[in-house]
Design a protein around this ligand. Structure first.
Ligand code: ADP
Ligand code: MG
Length: 937
């Protein structure tokens, strides 16, 4: 086992007597403002703290390393130092951002045309254009503001927590509440919550790559260092934001928030812009392409119009308005908002997605490798059987981390002896243990909590206090063992004893003897086989087996016995797995537990353990990359694996062209999570290290949450596709309409202001509300999307062209009909304009789903959509009937009959699309039934 520099606990001098601690300076309610000013002076820089001894730092910060601060005092200090968080730097004022919107070249051109209108004394036009511009800009601004706000929210989703000593109690709370002088405990896997001066470091190594770029973790110690500048030389400081890779330690908080060294790095990170997601990129490309084509067509329209001798200013404003309308400048924003809102929705369902691209990948995942403990199972561990090395067997009842329950010893010759032996097993379990049970709640690992609870049921409280711990070899997924070196606290015998617990085969490897009724016998192969067979039987019931041993040297232990720990599967995991399997996503179980335990749990949750293989970490070890690649698909259970094997599994699957989701909780799972297409970290039991590496965090550690996330991920993708369809069809329709009119030499069916209004509907609320369409329950049943499949598929293009065609044909027809007198009146354009807008509304309605009837998904199921459409219709009515707006948009009141006529005409786009969907559904069904008939034959 690895252990280095500070193997021994540093004996801490008593820094203060309790009297001093309770004295006037610290925590006394009277400490008023004068004191507080004084306290500000007592604070240290991180560099200074590293040159001072730990006790001096504690003295300067007026704290006691054994008790910590008082809550009251901490609150006072918090008011002075502020929260331990990094605030985003002062932003530009909102009005400035609003003005920014006008810097768009197209808007400038429009403004220029308004100015020219003023120059030509066409004041009506000038006002109209200006009002229309203001509306367009405001809508764009609100959208962008919303997108920024929702992105900001995303960063607040995972608040880091810490373990801090306050008033003598170890508490867990949000790291933002830390203040200088707090005493924090850090453990392997934690993120250091503030700049701390270490006063205890056991085998402690911290990953400071975020500061130094150095990937090798830095070993830490507690002695003062000479004054220096580099981070690497401050060996006794834990820097905020760095990750504990190994061991554990304690430290005094020296600086928090922006005063910490991390503050600088954070500012640098802020300057970096987040990379765009593939979807955003492809939307950008689509946007540029559309802009290019639009410009070409608009150029053509303008040249044609000029040749035809139309008024130049008119052509110019119409051209620019068309550019504003046809160029989907809102597209990237809507994509971002939709992704961000989706991420918020996922957060409500307990899946925190850290980066937006993950949302897209979620719909493509076809294999999920899941941890067993805590994800598939509840991670509520209870010892249910104890088997001692001398053959006594006991069953343990009760559940939870408390003393409620009985230890029922099976029939045997001497109950006393049995009790004694069981006591020995539990003693190892309780001494070689870092968990604490406090008022029935567990602080620490569930496996260890289960052992403490079993001890309590046997009437053993505070067993660990009988010993002074000299050294700890922490549990790791690689070693699958934990050991402590202790000396008895009382009595004359001060011999060192090792207590060891862990996976049985690992523990037995270190054993040379076994205990039987208080006497040690040499351990032979036969006996060892017997013990392993016992463990096998217990494991077969799905119990986790932990073996216990003790002795005077780590290589010369005596085997004491084992416990079987029950950890039942979570509810609904079986159903979730069924759903996934049906949709073509495979689930693989990955665990550090033994084969029998793993397969027992696997069959409990409905994984196929008969037709597929099981593979152990050792087997993976002996295989070549190629061999693993060959078999990996057909393996459903991986057992006794270490984090390194997880990486091999991910890589092998990926070489098979599979998109892998991999869960993890431990420090060393980080690499595999990074490598996986979707790294999934456990929110509750996961270490900060693996949360850092992950793409997604399960707040409740529940496997089912992965499904919710996949469901949302798929849903979001379809929603984006839906509004892209909507925007494309409107864009094409508007452009073609004007282009056709120009080609045919008829007057423009829409004026500039009307085109701008259409733009609002296209980029604005109705389009956005398509993005928040509730996720279709059937979406989860669809096959994972092929990553290479483009967003714009052929069927999408057909749909777009079909809708666009109907809209153009209908609008042109109305225009022609109104124009029969050959004079263009406001009534004519109003009819055409309203016709187009209504077409668009019905088009939006049919875009809500590509395959399903709107009546199946519910006419009213998307509230945002209802609201947006209602607003647009009301807006349209205002534009037609409200005199001031009539002036702006050059419209005229229509009769009720007109409206009725338009509604029935424009609903065709909806009806035809619905009929098309119906036909497609029908064909699909036929296709499926033919296929299943064939399968049957
Ligand atoms: P999983 O992948 O299911 O979380 P682990 O790697 O945590 O599995 O555990 C593997 C084995 O290590 C268990 O079967 C158990 O025997 C042993 N073990 C687990 N936790 C501890 C612990 N805290 N101390 C000692 N041994 C442990
Ligand atoms: Mg575990």
């Amino acid at each position: 086992m690895k252990h280095s520099n500070n193997a021994k606990y540093e004996k801490l001098p008593q820094l203060h007597t309790d009297k001093e601690f309770n004295g006037e300076t610290i925590g006394s309610p009277e400490s008023g403002t004068e004191r507080e000013v004084g306290q500000l002076e007592m604070w240290l820089t991180t560099s200074d703290a590293s040159t001072l001894g730990a006790e001096e730092v504690a003295a300067r910060l007026r704290t006691d390393v054994r008790i910590g601060l008082r809550w009251r005092e901490a609150e006072l200090r918090r008011q002075l130092a502020g929260f331990n968080e990094l605030t985003v730097k002062e932003e530009e004022p909102t009005w400035k951002k609003y003005i920014e919107q006008f810097k768009n070249p197209l808007i400038m051109l429009l403004l220029a045309s308004a100015l020219v209108s003023v120059g030509m004394k066409q004041f009506d036009d000038a006002v109209s254009i200006t009002v229309a511009i203001i509306i367009v800009v405001t809508v764009a601004f609100v959208q962008e503001y919303r997108s920024e706000k929702s992105l900001e929210e995303l960063t607040k989703l995972v608040p880091p927590s810490c373990h801090c000593l306050r008033e003598g109690q170890l508490e867990t709370f949000l790291a933002r509440n830390l203040v200088p002088g707090d005493i924090v405990h850090i453990n392997v896997g934690d993120r250091v919550p503030a700049d701390i001066r270490l006063f205890e470091a056991i085998d402690l190594a911290i990953d400071e790559s975020s500061f130094t770029g150095e990937t090798e973790p830095a070993g830490k110690m507690t002695t003062p260092v000479l004054k220096s500048n580099g981070h690497t030389s401050k060996k006794n400081i834990g820097f905020m934001g760095t990750l504990v890779r190994c061991g554990n330690g304690k430290g005094i908080v020296v600086n928090t928030g922006e005063k910490s060294e991390f503050g600088e790095v954070f500012k640098m990170m802020q300057a970096e812009e987040a990379p765009k997601t593939p979807l955003q990129k492809s939307m950008d490309i689509l946007g540029t392409q559309l802009s290019f084509y639009s410009f070409c067509i608009i150029g053509l329209i303008m040249i044609l119009g000029w040749i035809q001798g139309r008024p130049i200013l008119d052509m110019f404003t119409i051209g620019v308005s068309l550019a504003v309308a046809a160029i989907p400048e809102g597209l990237p924003i809507v994509v971002t908002v939709t992704l961000a809102l989706g991420v918020m929705r996922m957060a409500k369902r307990n899946a925190i997605v850290k980066k937006l691209p993950t949302v897209e990948t979620l719909g493509c995942v076809n294999v999920i490798c899941s941890d067993k403990t805590g994800t598939i199972t509840k991670n509520e561990m209870t010892v249910t059987v104890i088997v001692t090395s001398d053959g006594y067997l006991a069953e343990v009842s009760g559940a939870g981390y408390n003393d409620q329950g009985e230890i029922h010893i099976h029939k045997c010759d001497s109950l006393d002896k049995a009790r004694e032996s069981i006591c020995n097993v539990l003693e190892v379990g309780c001494v070689c243990n870092n968990a604490v049970i406090n008022a029935d709640t567990l602080l620490g690992q569930p496996t260890e909590g289960a052992l403490l609870a079993a001890g309590m049921k046997h009437g053993m409280y505070g067993v660990a206090d009988k010993y002074v711990r000299l050294q700890e070899y922490p549990f790791s997924s690689e070693q699958k063992m934990m050991a402590v070196k202790c000396v008895p606290k009382y009595g004359d015998k001060k011999e060192e004893i090792y207590f060891v617990k862990g996976a049985l085969e690992k523990v037995l490897q270190q054993c040379t003897k076994y205990a039987s009724n208080g006497v040690l016998h040499p351990l032979n192969t036969k006996k060892e086989q017997d013990y392993l067979a016992e463990a096998y039987e217990i494991g077969r019931k799905g119990l986790r087996v932990v073996g216990m041993a003790q002795g005077s040297s780590l290589q010369d232990l005596a085997y004491i016995g084992l416990v079987g720990i029950c950890d039942p599967p979570r509810p609904f995991v079986r159903e979730s797995i069924q759903t996934l399997l049906q949709s073509g996503v495979k689930v693989k179980l990955v665990t550090g537990d033994a084969q029998e335990t793993a397969t027992a749990i696997a069959s409990m949750i409905g994984l196929d353990t008969i037709h597929s293989q099981v593979l152990s970490g050792d087997q993976i070890e002996t295989m070549t990359e190629h061999q693993l690649e060959q078999v990996v698909n057909s393996v459903s259970v991986f057992y006794r694996v270490t984090p390194r094997h997880k990486l091999c599994i991910v890589k092998a699957l990926q070489r098979n062209g599979i998109i892998v989701g991999m869960t993890g909780d431990g420090v060393n799972d980080g690499v595999a999570l990074k490598k996986a297409d979707i790294g999934i970290a456990m929110g509750k039991n996961g270490t900060d290290v693996c949360k850092e590496a992950a793409d997604m965090i399960l707040v409740d550690d529940d496997f089912h949450t992965i499904i919710s996330a996949i469901e949302e991920g798929k849903g979001i993708f379809y929603n984006i596709r839906n509004f892209v369809r909507f925007q494309l069809s409107t864009s094409i329709a508007a452009l073609s309409l004007i282009a056709l009119a120009t080609l045919m030499g008829i007057p423009n069916p829409l004026n500039a202001m009307q085109i701008l209004w259409i733009n609002i509907i296209m980029d604005g609320p109705p389009a956005q509300s398509l993005g928040v369409e509730p996720v279709d329950k059937d979406v989860i049943k669809q096959k994972p999307r092929n990553v290479k499949e483009p967003m714009i598929t052929r069927s999408l293009i057909i749909n777009v062209l079909l809708s666009a065609f109907i809209i153009i044909a209908g609008t042109l027809w109305v225009f022609k009909r109104e124009m029969s007198d050959n004079i263009i009146t406001p009534r004519d354009t109003t009819m055409t304009f309203t016709c187009f807008v209504f077409f668009d509304m019905f088009n939006a309605l049919s875009c809500r789903s590509q395959t399903k009837s709107i009546f199946t998904i519910g006419l009213l199921s998307n509230r945002m959509f209802l609201l947006a459409v209602t607003l647009s219709v009301v807006g349209q009515m205002l534009v037609i009937y409200f005199p001031p707006l009539q002036k702006v948009f050059q419209t005229e009141a229509l009769t009720f009959k007109d409206i009725l006529f338009l509604v029935s005409l424009t609903s065709t786009v909806f009806i035809i699309s619905e009929l098309k969907k119906m036909l497609e559904r029908h064909l699909e069904k036929r296709h499926k039934s033919v296929k299943s008939d064939l399968d049957f034959v």
